[in-house]
Design a protein around this ligand. Structure first.
Ligand code: NI
Length: 179
């Protein structure tokens, strides 16, 4: 396994939509292993493949640091959100591509998501609370959307100078970052 450098949110790769995974081969399995190692060493709970510069529709999640889930590791291949609850909640988010920046985001509380696992099995999964939150954040990455784009207008304005420092590399993470 290897640590993969994490791409900064302003890197052009982060704004591109990702391509579907067509075959779950050894390269994909190795990528998943490397992404877990990268996420754990950077203290994250979710990571999308394009955050390590691979423009494929793949995310990994492990919320065990924050929940008591029995099986906290999730690998979502070609995920798609089929439906969102009307009910919303507000929660503070962060992102390994947006170092040292945390802001509250309003999102639907529950989602129904369809994805494939590493064995090629299709799942339809109803996620709630933190897991629904992380899945929405990560699937946004696959569509080129960063969480600060979902802030309320006033929070966006108030975040400008912090985000500028992240863009210029003045605010740096404790791990290797690609600009
Ligand atoms: Ni993120």
């Amino acid at each position: 396994m290897a640590f993969l450098p994490i791409y900064n949110c302003y890197h052009p790769t982060m704004k591109q939509s990702t391509e579907d995974v067509k075959e779950i081969d050894g390269d994909i399995k190795k990528l998943v292993d490397d992404m877990f190692e990268t996420m754990y060493s950077a203290d994250g709970i979710g990571l999308a493949a394009n955050q390590v510069g691979i423009s494929k529709s793949l995310v990994i999640i492990d919320t065990s640091a924050a929940t008591n889930e029995e099986d906290p590791k999730h690998v979502l291949i070609n995920p798609e959100i089929i439906s969102f609850s009307d009910e919303e909640n507000e929660f503070q988010e962060g992102c390994l591509s947006v170092p040292k920046f945390f802001e509250n985001v309003i999102r639907p509380k529950k989602i129904l998501v369809r994805y494939w696992d590493l064995k090629g099995k299709e799942h339809k999964f109803e996620a709630d609370e933190l897991l629904a939150r992380v899945m929405q954040h990560e699937i946004d990455h696959l569509n080129g959307i960063l969480f600060y784009e979902r802030l309320t207008p006033i929070r966006k304005t108030l975040s400008k100078s912090k985000l500028n420092k992240i863009r210029k590399g003045i605010t740096k993470p404790d791990y290797e970052m690609v600009y």
